[in-house]
Design a binder for this molecule. Sequence first.
Ligand code: SAH
Length: 222
Amino acid sequence: MGEDYLEQRMKMIWEQINRRGLKNQRLLDAFLKVPRHRFVPEDMAEYAYSDEPLIIDCGQTISQPYIVALMTSLLNLQGDETVLEIGTGSGYQAAILAQLAKLVHTVEFHPPLAEQARKVLQELGYLNVEVHVGDGSLGWPEGGPYQGILVTAAAPEPPPPLLNQLADGGKIVLPVGSRHYQELQVWERSGDNYIRESITSVSFVPLRGQHGWSEEQWPSRL
Ligand code: SAH
């Protein structure tokens, strides 16, 4: 009982994150504090620190550690921000954000995933994460405006409600594209304008909902 996987976690941080160029100490500390194995199904705990995404419930995935680190680093969090995550999934990305920001709102489409994530986050004592069930392509207006928004499912284009809920100077980090090709983009708000930057190509599950992909456009099971 009580395997804490500290050694695996340190190895993951060094080999997969630091050595690939993400060296910010606050960021690395956040990854050291969050027990990733608690966010995967129990029988997969031993794979939690490997260099790959893993299947969780409802046919969804927990992103590869490096991708979580890359997306988080692009938000440049200082600690006083309110941030929004779309696609709670396992809750792991939300826990990382909770280490680095003041308050995290996270929205999940599938109720069983939201419930499980809420449970783990509560067990681990995260008081600054609020898990909501709903269509995150509409954002979560009640909690905004946000200094940072992170979307962990691929959208055809940045959902307008999310761009609207961004505070001036805030950034949204999201995969944009189809099942054939997606790129990670950052949109920074400056008044009513947005400055777009493309980072790298990525591979995420589809964003559903009003501003996401339909089941016909992008079937869940291929
Ligand atoms: N951030 C997660 C990984 C999520 S995978 C983690 O750290 O584990 C993408 C998630 O987005 C899935 O759980 C999927 O159900 C969810 N999702 C897809 N469309 C959504 C929508 N419109 N609103 C909220 N969540 C959505």
